[in-house]
Ligand binder design. Structure first.
Ligand code: S3P
Length: 231
């Protein structure tokens, strides 16, 4: 489908005097673009992802949901937060689910709902911190999605979790020192799953807005690198 891109309500001329007709699978409507850089990134994202769902992975507190929401809005895609979808589907909070049915049941329901969301096609999905680390879910993500790992140090994750209002059953009731030790240990064992993502985004000290800009820059840089290689 051909999409005309508008920059501040004007049709963008790209490149060198040619009107831009952006071939992208991401939207059937006109894209509103706020900067030339974003415009380049839309092209780059389309080039890399090619109609796959975008899946965000990373530890609790890494900012998957906030970035996912922003990215989906920027691309005009549906956003799914797996935890929120699970709470909606079973009409129960994640906290209460763990207490009532236990972690094993949670992992089974989490996987099944994740596969369902993945099957809905183009979208942005933020996973739970454990989603890619159980069963063969990371294999599925690698095969069927374009994945992004938001990577933060254990210390930053710990600070962010301590400042967050979200209740997380696996982290509840831990002192700061216990929480940091748990994150270090769990992150160490999960890193092998997370690091298989297509793109690793260093989220250290970045606001969600800066994180989105960093992600778009990554796409842009990688896009130009690929173009350079193919010339
Ligand atoms: C979990 C992370 C949580 C949630 C559940 C289990 C985990 O999601 O899925 O509490 O195993 O790390 P967030 O990453 O959004 O905190």
């Amino acid at each position: 489908m051909n999409i005309f891109v508008f920059l501040q309500s004007r049709k963008v001329m790209w490149p060198s005097g040619q009107a831009l007709v952006c071939k992208t699978s991401y939207s059937s409507s006109i894209l509103l673009v706020t900067s030339t850089q974003n415009l380049l990134c839309f092209n780059a994202i389309g080039f890399f992802i090619r109609m796959k769902p975008i899946v965000l992975v990373g530890f609790s507190g890494s900012g998957k949901s906030t970035l996912g929401k922003r990215l989906a809005a920027c691309l005009g895609l549906t956003f799914y937060d797996l935890d929120a979808e699970l709470e909606k589907r079973y009409s129960i909070s994640i906290m209460a689910f763990f207490q009532k049915y236990g972690e094993n049941a949670f992992r089974i329901c989490e996987r099944s709902l994740f596969l369902e969301l993945l099957g809905r096609g183009e979208s942005v999905i933020s996973t739970g911190g454990g989603t890619p680390c159980f069963f063969d879910t990371m294999d599925t993500i690698v095969e069927r999605a374009f994945s992004i790992y938001i990577k933060l140090s254990p210390k930053s994750l710990c600070n962010r979790i301590l400042n967050s209002k979200r209740k997380r059953p696996l982290l509840l009731g831990k002192s700061e020192a216990e929480l940091l030790a748990y994150i270090e240990e769990t992150l160490f064992s999960r890193e092998k799953y997370y690091s298989r993502a297509n793109m690793v985004l260093k989220g250290e000290d970045l606001s969600s807005k800066d994180l989105l800009a960093a992600l778009l820059n990554e796409f842009d840089g990688a896009f130009h690198e690929r173009q350079g290689q193919s010339q």
